[in-house]
Design a protein around this ligand. Structure first.
Ligand code: GCB
Length: 602
């Protein structure tokens, strides 16, 4: 018996790391929040068992002679959602497994319903179990997953145990080294979602580009139902646009449709108009708030709803610096987007992985455009086919989640990766995958600039990564004046690309300790950072085809790579705002430029 249990656990890692079904807009469904205090058991040797007892079996001592070697009942608690490192000093740098337990009753169970455990995100590998049975596993620290528990849930005494392992892996996405903190645990909401036997699991709506200039616009869409049998019809309602259409459901539960609408207001930063959209089929109905816009390129321009736009952006990590924790709430989203607005931004780069869903929904409401990406970052194992499958799966998950968000306009498929045959083939396949799922957004990647070389003088940089052929927008990171050289060297440089495509400077910047003042050549002073911004902005503003920028970064963020005492102390100091929320001088330098750009593009 014992041998069997151990064998089952050894098999765990080899089960597919995939979810049963994707549930779009989980908190727009009927749900019970499972957030709050969860008991936890540490599993530093990552065995899935303590004292030869599987942790997810929730063993309890039966009598005084009985041997148990863990006990959730007597264990301490962690708060969900939240990173474990933010909650317990002894877990500050913990990397490994922790098993979380939540007990709950569900007295109104119905035979006409299906039940799912939905997890907004848990970093990095998760094993979800209910009442002693494994219901699924998931890999990826920033995308949501759901597993069905209809056959296992009981009216009383359910125990949901989720094992989360944040070990950094050579074949992980991201890989072993990142310039951000490896926050561990269940970092986003956990919900018990209940839906009818057949339900609308996913829906994708967008404005047809070809109807942009027509009086009557066209919404294209796709639905996916999930269940053992399907009704013949589904219905789409957009009351404000007087849309109430019946559509045919195909044999596999899918349906494609297109609907003509009159008098539609387009979504834009100046008018972030959202429509209430309801989708129903059989006994299920889900309601969402959706904006409609188009995003395209024309030569070196980016066009939003057919009009040229300049992306006044800033980069951001998904952290609440004040709590030194992963962001996970509407308030967290409002805090950082509020700062971005104050800076004069109409665009935010959500670096370097999918951020919490709340920030997309808030950006939709506030009229802020977004760049999204997966952590295809330094050190990826490009020649490993399983890593490619993992990347595609994580992309499917984030596209499923965010497809309907008008604010999200760019998928970036990589950050600072060095060209090679295996890397080019991998990212080419990712680009194809992303396009096949979503042709309503632009593709880009934050590339490295080419060094001055053959045919170039030291004065010129070119950006001609072989990846460009897959992309709509050329983007690159450039740290002249910080990593190499001093800011005045920016005066000499000329940056160009051979592509007839818009250019975004996806990163530039330098560190400053807020409150440290000195002359502009003193490293870490606010004055140095301000000077660097001044020179960098002048250099980039001259680029032919510059369509926007997302300097690095809005707020100081946690990073184990940054250990300089009394300056960094574990924080990357390239923020324009400190982790306490105080603005540095460079904030106002960039704000000044963005005011000018806003006036230019009026
Ligand atoms: C980069 C990376 C970013 C780092 C940044 C830095 O190029 O893309 O993740 O945090 O530089 O501060 O060095």
């Amino acid at each position: 018996m014992k041998k069997l249990a151990v064998f089952a656990l050894l098999l765990l890692p080899f089960m597919g790391w995939a979810q049963d079904v994707f549930i779009q807009h989980a908190n727009g469904r009927e749900f019970t929040s499972l957030n709050g205090k969860w008991k936890y058991v540490l599993d530093p040797y990552e065995q899935g068992q303590i004292g030869f007892m599987p942790v997810y079996e929730n063993v309890k001592q039966k009598d005084k002679s009985d041997r148990i070697e863990y006990s959730f009942d007597d264990a301490q608690s962690l708060w969900v959602p939240g990173a474990w490192d933010a909650q317990k000093p002894e877990l500050a740098y913990y990397e490994g497994s922790i098993w979380y337990r939540k007990t709950f009753d569900k007295s109104d169970l119905s035979n006409n319903k299906r039940y799912f455990v939905y997890v907004g995100a848990a970093n990095y590998k998760s094993t979800v179990t209910l009442n002693g049975k494994v219901v699924g596993t998931h890999e990826g620290g920033f995308t949501p997953f759901a597993f069905e528990i209809t056959d296992l849930i009981q009216e009383k005494d359910n125990f949901l145990i989720i094992g989360v392992n944040n070990s950094r892996l050579n074949d992980g996405i991201p890989s072993k080294v990142t310039d951000w903190f490896n926050h561990g645990g269940i970092t986003r909401d956990v919900l018990l979602v209940e839906v009818p036997k057949t339900f609308v699991s996913n829906y994708f709506l967008s404005l047809d580009k070809n109807s942009l200039n027509a009086k009557s616009k066209k919404i294209n869409g796709k639905l996916q139902l999930n269940g053992a049998s399907f009704p013949q019809k589904a219905r789409i309602e957009i009351p404000e646009l007087k849309v109430n259409e019946e559509i045919n459901v195909e044999a596999d539960g899918g349906c494609n449709f297109s609907i003509d609408v009159k008098n539609m207001e387009l979504w834009s930063p100046g008018n972030p108009k959202l429509y209430e959209v309801s989708i129903s089929a059989g006994n299920d109905k889900v309601t969402d708030q959706i904006g409609f816009r188009t995003i395209e390129t024309e030569g070196k321009k980016i066009l939003l709803n057919g009009e040229q736009i300049f992306l006044r952006g800033i980069s951001l990590h998904d952290e609440n610096p004040l709590r030194a924790d992963r962001a996970n709430s509407v308030d967290d989203a409002k805090l950082v987007l509020g700062w971005a607005k104050e800076l004069g931004c109409n665009f935010v780069r959500l670096a370097h992985y999918p951020h919490q869903e709340n920030i997309l929904r808030e950006a939709d409401k506030m009229g802020i455009l977004l760049w999204e990406e997966l952590p295809l970052y330094w050190g990826i194992d490009w020649s490993n086919p399983e890593v490619l499958e993992n990347a595609k799966r994580q992309y499917s998950e984030v596209i499923n989640r965010d497809y309907n968000r008008a604010s999200s306009i760019i998928w970036s498929i990589a950050n600072e990766t060095t060209p090679s045959d295996s890397r080019n083939a991998f990212l080419g396949a990712v680009a194809e995958h992303v396009r096949s799922l979503d042709n309503t957004r632009l593709l880009s990647a934050a590339c490295k600039k080419d060094q001055p070389g053959d045919g170039n003088t030291a004065k010129y940089y070119t950006i001609n990564d072989p990846l460009m052929k897959y992309l709509d927008v050329v983007s690159f990171n450039e740290y002249l004046g910080w990593y190499g050289g001093l800011p005045d060297e920016c005066r000499e440089k000329v940056i160009s690309s051979d592509e007839d495509k818009p250019i975004i400077v996806s990163e530039f910047g330098g560190g400053a300790l807020q409150g440290f003042h000195a002359d502009s050549l003193t490293r870490w002073s606010e004055e140095f950072q301000e000077y660097l911004y001044h020179e960098s902005i002048n250099m980039f503003d001259k680029i032919d085809g510059l369509a926007g920028m997302t300097p690095w970064i809005l707020v100081d963020f946690m990073s184990p790579l940054r250990q300089l005492p009394n300056v960094q102390d574990g924080w990357n100091r390239k923020g324009l705002i400190s982790e306490k929320g105080y603005k540095k001088k460079a904030f106002f330098e960039l704000q000044k430029y963005y005011k000018k750009k806003e006036a230019e593009y009026k």
